[in-house]
Design a protein around this ligand. Structure first.
Ligand SMILES: [Zn+2]
Length: 103
């Protein structure tokens, strides 16, 4: 299953003056709420059980620096924690930003 939310990458939405990326939690802070995180590699990547499909093999790679994520099984992917929240809760970017405190 592929989950795509083009709006997440839409620069128009991202540049909305009501969107305050500096208020978002760091990827490390946010992802720590979902998983007991292993130590990242030198690039900031860790592998955890994917929350987008029934995973038992830590198929989801998440980056604790950028917030990017990618699942090699269900192909879920995104560029930051906003993308993650949108896809996890199946919500629009406005709501995701509100949940994360970015607006
Ligand atoms: Zn997956």
């Amino acid at each position: 299953m592929t989950i795509n939310h083009p709006a997440a990458l839409d620069p128009h939405v991202r540049s909305d003056s009501r969107f305050h990326p500096e208020r978002l939690p760091s990827p490390l802070t946010y992802y720590s709420q979902h998983w007991r995180l292993p130590s990242p590699d030198s690039q900031g990547w860790v592998h955890v059980c994917c929350v987008f499909h029934g995973d038992e093999q830590s198929s989801l790679a998440i980056n604790l620096q950028s917030g990017a994520f990618h699942c090699c099984v269900c192909k879920a992917e995104g560029a930051d924690v906003v993308d993650f929240v949108m896809q996890f809760y199946k919500i629009e970017i406005e709501t995701a930003a509100k949940i994360l405190g970015g607006r």
